[in-house]
Ligand binder design. Structure first.
Ligand code: TRP
Ligand code: SF4
Length: 400
């Protein structure tokens, strides 16, 4: 119930570049050591905006998974899957739609923003309006409690929390809840039952958050409870009904400061990217032809790193000693721009080397990636089906 589970998704709408690596993937790689991680290809989400060019999605799915693996996402530690291969997401999306007020969806800020920004696309569709709800289904179906996302996605996580709360409020109340919860307390055994009651009282009477956490921890380490009793006991601490869907928290990923080849943020739409597995010659060529401080017309003209996009890259890749060398050499015309660029080229290539190495086996044998994803889908489906079973039941759809 209160697991240590991380879930995040990425839309397969273009190839990944070093901005994605520094902004998102490095973080995923770190998280997989600490949490049980689920990462998925959000192909349905991509369709909400790219329905007119579905071939873009098809082209990017497998490349994207290879990019994740190249970046160090480890299939032995993390579960990788494709959203549309776990159709349970769609069923939960539909079921949640029954209790989702239209106004909540219309007020999610990305709805209007994206419609205004992506003027080349008609986004006045049912699917696009439902984007945040589909995302809620993605998260809630795994009872994930940590969702690493960038700032722009925080409203979607807040929305998800509201949906979970509303769902539990509408469907978590069962007849005779109090009596069933009390019976479940007894099943904890004398010592645990006493502790549970103490902490519950402390929380209900004094709002003691530590007592709430302690009571939850106690339930987590209690093994021999049925799922129903477990849910009741979690809900009973707070006085209410069952917690069927748990509220996730956003794990805010710091915005990537990765600069592109022109000094603006690295982004496909600025055409200033180095792709994750770009070949070495091309990387070197792109960096060598980067613009520099326009004041340095001749080699003997001094420059100002603050006016040069190459300096931005030194900030990412160089140590203090090297940065000192750039500052000093640029301002005194002691170094040339090509000389200044070389350590950046070396650093990017060094960063990419292990990525090329990891990708090699997957490029040689595409069945490897297919099978990693097939395993991931299977594992994800099992969990998704468990949640759906509970959801169907409380929504009166089990007909047993
Ligand atoms: N909307 C997310 C994005 O554009 C992608 C996404 C879909 C997602 N479902 C998710 C992210 C669930 C986290 C959790 O980046
Ligand atoms: Fe930019 Fe380096 Fe040339 Fe200075 S020396 S203008 S920092 S590339």
């Amino acid at each position: 119930m209160f697991t240590n589970r991380v879930l995040s998704g990425m839309r397969p709408t273009g190839s990944l570049h070093l901005g994605h690596y520094h902004g998102v993937l490095k973080n995923w790689v770190m998280l997989q050591h600490e949490y049980e991680c689920f990462f998925f290809v959000a192909d349905w989400h991509a369709l909400t905006t790219h329905y007119a060019t579905p071939e873009i999605i098809g082209q990017n799915v497998w490349d994207m998974v290879i990019d994740w693996l190249a970046a160090g996402v480890d299939p032995a530690q993390s579960t990788l899957f494709i959203q549309s291969r776990v159709p349970e997401h769609a069923e939960l999306h539909l079921l949640l739609s029954m209790i989702t007020p239209l106004g909540w969806l219309e007020r999610v800020p990305t709805y209007k923003d994206q419609q205004d920004r992506l003027t080349d696309k008609d986004l006045s569709t049912y699917g696009f309006l439902g984007y945040p709800l589909l995302q809620s289904a993605d998260i809630l179906i795994y009872r994930a409690n940590r969702v690493p996302v960038g700032e722009d996605q925080v409203p979607h996580i807040e929305f998800t929390r509201e949906i979970a709360r509303r769902f539990n409020h509408v469907f978590g109340r069962e007849p005779g809840f109090e009596g069933k919860a009390e019976a479940a307390v007894k099943k904890l055994g004398a010592r645990r039952a006493r502790l549970y009651r103490q902490m519950r009282t402390k929380y209900l009477e004094q709002g003691d958050g530590a007592a709430l956490a302690a009571a939850r921890a106690l339930l987590e380490e209690t093994q021999n409870l049925t799922l129903g009793d477990r849910e009741r006991l979690f809900g009973y601490i707070e006085g209410g009904g069952k917690v069927i869907l748990s509220e996730p928290l956003a794990l805010l990923t710091e915005a990537s400061k990765m600069p592109g080849l022109d000094g603006q943020k690295m982004s496909k739409s600025y055409n200033n990217t180095i792709s994750l597995r770009e070949d070495a010659d091309s990387v070197a060529r792109k960096i060598r032809t980067m613009p520099t401080d326009p004041a340095r017309v001749k080699r003997s003209d001094p420059g100002d790193p603050e006016k040069c996009p190459v300096w931005q890259l030194h900030l990412v890749y160089s140590d203090d000693h090297k940065k000192q060398w750039v500052q000093q050499g640029c301002r005194s015309a002691g170094i040339g721009c090509l000389e200044c660029k070389q350590p950046v080229i070396d650093a990017v290539l060094a960063e990419q080397k292990p990525m090329h190495e990891r990708a090699e086996q997957y490029l040689e044998d595409p069945t490897l990636v297919r099978s990693i994803v097939a395993d991931g889908c299977e594992k994800a489906r099992k969990l998704a089906q468990e949640t759906l079973r509970d959801v169907r039941e409380v929504m009166g759809l089990s007909y047993s």
